[in-house]
Design a protein around this ligand. Sequence first.
Ligand code: NAD
Ligand code: HSE
Length: 438
Amino acid sequence: MIIIDRALEARAASGKTIKVGMIGAGFMGQGIANQIINSFPGMELVAISNRHINAAHQAYIRAGIEDVQVVKTKNELSTAIATGKYAVTEDPMILCHVAEIDALIEVTGAVEFGAQVIMEGIAYRKHIVMMNAELDGTIGPILKIYADKAGVVLTACDGDQPGVQMNLYRFVKSIGLKPLLCGNIKGLQDPYRNPTTQADFAQKWGQKAHMVTSFADGTKISFEQAIVANGTGMKVARRGMLGYEFKGHVDELTKMYDVNELKELGGIVDYVVGAQPSPGVFIFATHDDPQQCHYLKLYKLGEGPLYSFYTPYHLCHFEVPISVARAVIFKDYVLAPLDAPMVDVVTTAKINLKAGETIDPIGYYMTYGQCENADIVYKQNLLPMGLAAGCCLKRDIPKDSVITYDDVRLPLGRVCDRLRHEQSSYFHASKTLVAAKQ
Ligand SMILES: NC(=O)c1ccc[n+]([C@@H]2O[C@H](COP(=O)([O-])OP(=O)(O)OC[C@H]3O[C@@H](n4cnc5c(N)ncnc54)[C@H](O)[C@@H]3O)[C@@H](O)[C@H]2O)c1
Ligand SMILES: N[C@@H](CCO)C(=O)O
């Protein structure tokens, strides 16, 4: 977003830099640290928290910062910031508590841990940038209610496919078209992948095998498209999305969708496998004005009724600091739920599962996630994928079946379960209220 560069230069010139704390120093966190430190004047990454402090330390060292201080308390962190020292800590909560930090980046991919930290950050009035679609797609709508009440920005990030889709969606809408499809372009989708099959790929790129498995097995893209649906009011055409395989360019895909069906659904989120430009995103939109359609044809966008717009890449961590600047300087959010959830990610058996087994985390061996419209998820009592890890199965579940709340015993005392329950009650009650008033 072009306006950000000058706004940050002005911040740098005035000495009023944006102070950022980051939670999570894995593959993405390391990249974000490098970006803020070396490519974003006007922004300072004052502290990194990670459960293994070495990784937080490494993130600074790899970005060229040697002088790093370990802190354990809020006061130690405040002193480090005041004296211009970069800080690392195992305690994420002190990043929430210090007054000096303007915004937090949460980049763990962990649902329960992320929920705890983000609730604390909101309570202490920090703007929050989530690079955690897994959490956002599970309890984002209720977190947004808390953030709004606290007067802070809670947003998904630029750079990853949801944020890139949303920026393109806003552009397309702002020039007068009506977006009807937000799409994600994938190279591979195979729900049966697991950390063993993905081990070589993970090792080649220095990533975690379970993380890249969640990309290959469709779970991550389901979270990505769920949060785009929640931010646009769109739905899915069917459980698991349409997910066409297509070898050409997305421009040639417009004819594969029924525009009337898209309109009836209020627009859909979807993905395509194998198309170009990969790994980009696309928006299909219509225009009601025949005069403007004439110009669109002249500008080589075709005959309509669906016009294709795309961004050919998603640059993940490269863009995340932009979201921080948008939140802090302009109170602008990249992507946040509009209201009640539109689409959820539901837990599906990757293999035949047996009663008594405990479900392993996202991207492991037992389950994969699929998108489903939220009203169906509610009616069928389906288990959100973001809550599945740690649940104990009460009965056998055949491969490719969806799992319901009735099929499991939840672990006790999790914040994410409490928030999910609150989310269902909050939005279901408000829908009932609206219906009663009509
Ligand atoms: N890896 C990618 O290419 C990529 C691209 C786009 C978005 N993302 C998203 O970014 C997020 C992070 O991904 P990553 O690849 O950096 O993961 P990662 O596993 O490399 O790093 C995650 C970090 O969070 C910490 N963490 C994880 N679970 C935790 C828990 N329960 N409690 C405390 N700390 C915990 C880990 O210690 C680790 O440092 C995820 O939401 C992922 O979907 C990743
Ligand atoms: N969106 C990617 C993961 C990281 O961006 C994918 O599903 O392949």
